[in-house]
Design a protein around this ligand. Sequence first.
Ligand SMILES: C[S@@+](CC[C@H](N)C(=O)[O-])C[C@H]1O[C@@H](n2cnc3c(N)ncnc32)[C@H](O)[C@@H]1O
Length: 257
Amino acid sequence: MNVDTYPYMGFNVPVDLMWQTGLGPDSFAAISAAHFAQLKKWTPIKSDHSVLEVGCGIGRDAIPLTNLLQTGRYLGIDVLKASIEWCTTAITAKCPNFSFLHMDVRSSLYNPAGAVEPTQVRIPLADRSVDRIFLFSVFTHMLRPDIENYLSEFKRLLNSGGLVYATSFIYDDEILVAARRNSASTPWSLTFAYQHEPGCRLNDQNVPLHAVAFTREAWREMVGRSGLMLREFLPGKWSGYYQQYEDGQDAVVLAAC
Ligand SMILES: C[S@@+](CC[C@H](N)C(=O)[O-])C[C@H]1O[C@@H](n2cnc3c(N)ncnc32)[C@H](O)[C@@H]1O
């Protein structure tokens, strides 16, 4: 089979798998660079760190990390088997301290036949063995009980000084007004018209996990229950509400207590 590939930092990334994570070659490098800049600014990674990425997709953020993590190690997990297989064949082959694991977790959007409920996921790493955890555009496709389970896993895995960077859509009444006013003129076109439960709204009732948004209060509750500490809410560009923003989506920075 002839698969189109996109050359990125010495890797030939399959374009068909790239599209499964939402976007294609036109934006791949720019988004990767923007993510890396955010990690550098908010959760700096050292060359000997132990790093976990949840929802690593086709390695958009693992690839630039291969230049940084020298003696440290990286584990990327995802529910998309073909992406994990490519990452293993291409990235682990060149960088043995990078490993990738397919977890057959159910997601109505990405893996509807998955055998493991997202509320039951256990990440196969030792307690207090991880320095940094990041998720780009992953909690934007999960509901509250699933996020809470991942947060409790992060609490178990992080060592002292450990940090989490996770993007999210975060709303209040004013942000919703701006998002609806600007939806035709932003690439995201999100309105979050449907209330799913208090503090949580969906963009598309028929495809609930297409985009999920939370209030700051919902985030405070979820993080409070996990035992982690909420360090920062970072504004994103998606709604058009903020004049100054960090990246496309909003984000939270969490710390091990
Ligand atoms: C929008 S894509 C983003 C991929 C990658 N983070 C990036 O920025 O290129 C969302 C990713 O999260 C993964 N995902 C969804 N639910 C997941 C879950 N419960 N556990 C792990 N990964 C999940 C999807 O398979 C997909 O690769």
